[in-house]
Design a protein. Structure first.
Length: 234
């Protein structure tokens, strides 16, 4: 650590947080929110009474979960313009840009993982809850929305938060399509000033602090969930 230059971090900290961390948080929130919504739909499709619907949803989830995220980023970035050209009948590929490529990729990719989390959460709710809701006069949709799903959300919260932490870390892969996230911003400053060690160490500390804090919160939620579950069965 001899010659470690703290001043380069101080000079660039505004840029790192304003340009880099802001985009990282935005991508995490956008892809996490839409990915969770899409994941709920996929989970319901996987529990559908139709065998063909279940097969299609399962094929999507299993295919996405079997691919490296960086490969999916490349696919969306390079193939979607040509697919859009074919759909619209355009004379040339329709570029969607690296940012939209990242947003689409992470949303579709995370949806497959959220689907399995939601399925596990729904399966954790005793079937008697839905039957009791039906006995009270609620139809199937009302029973799901007001009885089953709220309990499932409570049970899956720790795992959901853990998946958001993983998503936050995975956003650093957007460097492959030249997007400046937090890690990318740190790398640019390090290359410009010849201080890559300082910038990467600082970025590692920031990632560690954020992810470790969220992990502690997830553990607390999990402990509370287990306590509530034990109380319910007591």
């Amino acid at each position: 650590m001899i010659g470690f230059d703290v001043d380069v971090i101080i000079r660039s900290i505004g840029y790192l947080f304003r340009e880099g961390l802001t985009f990282t948080i935005f991508l995490t929130a956008f892809a996490g929110s839409l990915g969770f919504a899409f994941g709920v739909v996929l989970a319901l499709l996987r529990n559908s009474r139709s065998a063909s619907v279940r097969w299609a949803a399962s094929a999507y989830v299993n295919t996405i979960r079997s691919l490296p995220l960086v490969l999916v980023i490349f696919w969306i970035f390079f193939l979607v313009p040509f697919i859009t050209q074919w759909v619209l009948g355009s004379a040339r590929p329709v570029s969607i840009g690296p940012v939209w490529s990242a947003l689409i990729t992470f949303t579709l990719f995370e949806a497959a993982y959220f689907c399995e989390i939601v399925r596990a959460g729904l399966n954790s709710v005793p079937s008697g809850q839905g039957e009791a809701a039906s006995a009270l006069g609620l139809n199937r949709s009302q029973a799901f929305m007001f009885v089953v799903f709220p309990q499932a959300i409570r049970n899956m919260l720790p795992v959901l938060l853990t998946q958001f932490i993983i998503l936050f870390q995975d956003t650093s892969l957007v460097y492959v399509v030249s997007i400046t996230d937090f890690l990318g911003a740190a790398g640019k400053v390090g290359q410009r000033d010849g201080r890559l060690a300082e910038m990467y160490i600082f970025s590692a500390i920031v990632y560690f602090v954020i992810c470790f804090t969220l992990s502690l919160f997830a553990r607390r939620l999990q402990a509370r969930s287990l306590t509530n579950l034990a109380s319910a069965h007591a």
